[in-house]
Ligand binder design. Structure first.
Ligand code: SF4
Length: 292
């Protein structure tokens, strides 16, 4: 990862499967469910993984019962593990190296996800008071991602996450401050199937909220915090998400959207979001929240 180059470091935190060895398709365990059509033990290759480490059903994952694969993002930890921690693709599959590779990947996946959020936090102007702390945290975690397998094995990702999360929570508060009335607190809320059409959620905390199959069409989501929210099957058609914060590509991939859905500049509209929906008139709440 070349994070010292100018520009947004998130460009180096995107999966590059061509430089990986299908780690997520081997290291992870699956249980047959709505997300995976099969059960698979950790450490065994998925039967759909080709010898060149590509997925044989890549274009039909949803149709063939693997939406869980669509919603997975390694944040570039796969290629980091293979190319940096273990120095290339040639050593793959020797029993001596497989376990340490999987262990390193598990740690790096968590570190890279934190780097993604910290990098986004550094783009948020209201978070300026903590930018120095954010840069410090980013630099320390980025250093860990370049460590060798032995040092990585000693990393406690839970402790690293707790420390970074405290900072990210502060960023969320700063980014969501100043809305009148204040944004709703839906942190960890069960909003499965909720009808939130045209609801004013500006400045809301949706951290860890379960929004499975929720209808968010034309909801107002300026500065709404989506950290860890479950958006499987959520209806985002015609919704403007461009100003929301801490949304990830994998959250979009499992949701429903269309050409009318606006996404943050760091993300891309999923390929399956086709069609268009007429926009609703405006928020249902008479007075939309506004920054004071
Ligand atoms: S279905 Fe494809 S993407 Fe999913 S685990 Fe198997 S090989 Fe990987």
């Amino acid at each position: 990862m070349v994070l010292s180059a100018p520009g947004d470091p998130r460009r180096d935190l995107r999966a590059d499967c061509a430089r990986c060895i299908g780690l997520c398709c081997v290291a992870s365990a699956f249980a047959a469910s709505a997300d995976f059509a099969i059960t698979k033990e950790a450490g065994l290759p998925c039967p759909n993984l080709r010898r060149d480490f590509g997925c044989a059903i890549h274009d039909r994952l949803r149709q063939l019962g693997f939406p869980g694969c669509v919603g997975y993002d390694c944040f570039g930890a796969g290629q980091q593990t293979v190319q940096v921690t273990f120095g290339g693709r040639d050593q793959w599959w020797t029993p001596r190296i497989a376990a340490p590779v999987f262990a390193a990947f598990a740690v790096l996946r968590q570190l890279h996800e934190l780097l993604w959020y910290l990098a986004e936090a550094l783009t948020l102007a209201p978070a300026r008071p903590v930018h120095a702390d954010l840069r410090l945290a980013f630099g320390e975690i980025e250093r860990l991602t370049r460590a060798g397998p032995d040092e990585l094995a000693r990393v406690d990702p839970v402790a690293v996450r707790e420390s970074a999360n405290a900072l990210l929570l502060r960023v969320s508060e700063l980014a969501r401050a100043g809305f009148h009335p204040p944004g709703a607190d839906h942190r960890g809320a069960d909003l499965i199937g909720a009808d939130l059409r045209r609801t004013d959620l500006a400045g809301a905390s949706l951290r860890g909220a379960c929004l499975v199959a929720a209808d968010l069409r034309s909801a107002v989501l300026t500065s709404a915090d989506f950290t860890g929210a479950d958006l499987r099957g959520a209806d985002l058609r015609g919704t403007d998400l461009a100003g929301s914060i801490f949304l990830t590509q994998s959250q979009l991939e499992v949701a429903k959207g269309d050409r009318g859905t606006r996404v943050p500049a760091s993300l891309t509209r999923p390929a399956h979001w086709t069609g268009s929906t007429p926009r609703h008139r405006g928020p249902r709440r008479p007075a939309a929240a506004r920054r004071g």
